[in-house]
Design a protein around this ligand. Sequence first.
Ligand code: ASP
Length: 354
Amino acid sequence: MSLAHPAAATESTDAPSWSLVIHGGAGVIERSRITPETDAAVRTALDAALDAGSAVLKSGGSALDAVQAAIVILEDDPNFNAGRGAVFTYEGSNELDAAVMDGKDRNAGAIARVHYTKNPILLARKVMEDSPHVMLSGEGADRFSVESGLEQVDQAYFGTAERRRQLEELKANKVSWFDVDLKYGTVGAVARDTSGNVAAGTSTGGLTGKRYGRIGDSPLIGAGTYADNRSCAISATGAGEYFIRVGVAHEICARIRLKAAARTEFLAQEAERGGSKPDAAMLAQLTAQALSAAEVQQIADAVIAEMGALGGSGGIIYLTPWGHQGYSFDTPGMYRAMANSDGGNRVAVYGDEE
Ligand code: ASP
């Protein structure tokens, strides 16, 4: 399966000192289906989220804080399926999933099926930093949220008229969420800070009409979210079941890590044959230049194609510790945006935009 939108990747030579990529979901996002008002509102929100994350990175803050700052803005915006604006379950409630991961030490926190936390990404971070666990779910996670002092809201806060309409449509047509929810609105961010650390985060309401305690890929470390300073940071959006089966986020990072390591080893041996045994600093430099932007993009595209070949659809955002950043998706569009220390914000919605 060839990807329609391999999309913008940046070169790693003269890597920018920080970078940030965000998404607000992928799916059947086409000009004919999006009103000018929604188009404008989504772009404004992506821009604001990018600014919030960039401000953290510009002032020397951590990748983790930047990811959190960007995601909170999108969770608060009803245009996205995360926090306010989350989709309804079949029973008409909202169950929220989120995850964060720090590439520096591969520490991670995730929550699934929480009901009252205004900003689920903050709860994922609390799990990571204030508990010995990686993942909490359901009522236990709700309780942990209260005990952590996070802001609680009524369920009514999350739902919107449009999300209610989507649930009614699904029920009226007696179809499954895979047939109806063609526009995934999950939000996510990946960042690289001026210390070279990467981080990833994802937040979602899941899929319209989900039942039986269904949990998607977003809060699953390795499926919808992953970060590792040795390779990359990834946040995904799409048909979660397929992303879980492929382990999309970890799979992309693993391929990048192994390829970069093999290339570094080869270059080091060459240098040694030439008479200069590389020291640690030179090895780090060789690793940073081991992969081209096109190679990183190809790896991301290949894993998305594998997920697509199983029957799924969706996309990911990525960045590496060496300055590559981009997206890969097999849907007509993806709400996405990127920035780095070299230039301004790039916001895009449809597949044919740069
Ligand atoms: N990946 C999410 C899930 O399966 C849905 C989305 O991306 O909107 O729960």
